[in-house]
Write a protein that binds this ligand. Structure first.
Ligand SMILES: [Fe+2]
Ligand SMILES: [Fe+2]
Length: 391
């Protein structure tokens, strides 16, 4: 057994022990990069964790990287250097002349010779990139590559474990906040169950639009929490919605901003905040709080706007009676391009036709005819690709 391998087994068993005893992830990665550097006689070793969905470097742990070095690259530069379509292992023979290595000043490549990098799947959108560099143009032998792979995998296992735990915790925290919100909403008889239904409607529309599982979940949570900003509002005002003075209306209109302010400090609700903030924007820019227009409104918020309105129209309120399904269909068609995104109206009509039970309704023959008629009209004016025709 070569001394490389002896060291490797020592490190490998130490890391395994740390992972199984629930050691701190940064410490485990620190241990890995330090030991890889020593075992391979490299000048530096670094482990990046990237979030592919949000296109950002989540964290990095390095050893042997001086100031202004490879460790300073941003997400875009990192992906240019280690493009996954180049294969699982990337070898850059000479960083000084390789075009993949960006700006000489920021990366400090004068002291770098060869770089070897490899990828690891961690969990969901998260991936790991492990890289070592040498002053010389050294190419790793098969044995050395095996060592790098095995220790990199160990790191990925540690991260997988930590992230799974985080995900579970985030899920629990979200459920806690949602439970709290729903309990408060349950007190208000006129809107009882509104958010749960908006969330369910929005989920089905998001599914119809073939969004990713993560986005569907975010939109569902957005539905549950969209009116969280009404929590602090005076019950007296909320019960008289529809017959409010201008001043009172202005207060009610603050609820998206208040909701976003409540959710913002809670990291685990980061992706839901824009949906809470913009669920009263209108497609033509006449909504609030920011008067955003068209696709500048986050897609999830556009879905919530429609589902919020549909739920209100179908359920009715103390200040106006439930609307008939045919009237709801006509209203959505008339407001496609003005209040609502036509693409979302289309998606909603599709779900309504295929799965009316999602909206707790049974469609009779006349309503089905009406729906078919308006779906056809949406197509005639060009559907989602020409929303301006609806305005
Ligand atoms: Fe609202
Ligand atoms: Fe609402």
């Amino acid at each position: 057994m070569s001394s490389d391998y002896k060291d490797f087994f020592k490190v490998f068993s130490q890391v395994s022990k740390a992972i199984h005893s629930g050691g701190n992830t940064t410490e485990i990665l620190g241990h890995i990069v330090r030991n890889i550097k020593e075992i391979l006689g490299a000048k530096g070793c670094i482990y990046w964790i990237v979030d592919r969905r949000q296109e950002k470097i989540e964290t990095k742990v390095s050893d042997g990287f001086p100031y202004r070095s490879l460790a300073n690259v941003d997400y875009r530069e990192l992906n240019h250097i280690f493009a996954s379509d180049q294969g699982p292992i990337i070898w850059i023979e000479d960083a000084k002349t390789d075009e993949r290595i960006p700006d000489l000043d920021t990366i400090g490549k004068r002291s770098v010779g060869s770089i070897t990098g490899m990828f690891f799947d961690i969990i969901g959108n998260y991936a790991g990139i492990l890289a070592v560099y040498f002053y010389s143009h050294k190419k790793l032998s098969t044995e050395e590559t095996e060592i790098l792979t095995a220790l990199g995998e160990q790191g990925a296992i540690a991260l997988h474990k930590a992230f799974s735990y985080d995900e579970k915790m985030v899920q629990n925290l979200r459920q806690m906040v949602e439970g709290f919100t729903l309990a408060l909403e349950a007190k208000d008889e006129s809107t009882h169950g509104h958010s749960v239904r908006v969330a369910r409607f929005a989920k089905s529309v998001a599914e119809e639009l073939k969004l990713s599982d993560t986005d569907i979940e975010t939109i569902y949570h957005g539905g549950l929490l969209h009116d969280i900003g009404k929590i602090g509002m005076n019950d007296d005002i909320l019960e008289r919605l529809g017959i409010l003075s201008r001043k009172e209306m202005d207060i009610v209109k603050l609820h998206p901003v208040i909701g976003a302010r409540i959710a913002k400090p809670l990291n685990f609700l980061n992706d839901v905040v824009p949906l809470i903030l913009h669920h009263h924007e209108r497609f033509d820019g006449s909504g609030y709080p920011d008067g955003l227009k068209g696709e500048f409104i986050p897609l999830g918020a556009r879905i919530l706007t429609l589902c919020d309105a549909v739920e209100t129209m179908l359920a009715g309120r103390t200040y106006f009676a439930k609307m008939k399904l045919e009237d709801v269909i006509v209203n959505l068609h008339q407001n496609a391009g003005a209040h609502f995104d036509p693409m979302i109206v289309n998606a909603f009509f599709n779900v309504l036709e295929a799965r009316p039970e999602v909206f707790d309704i049974h469609i009779n023959g006349a309503e089905r005819k009406c729906l078919a008629n308006y779906r056809q009209r949406m197509k005639l004016v060009g559907g989602p690709s020409q929303p301006q025709l609806f305005i």
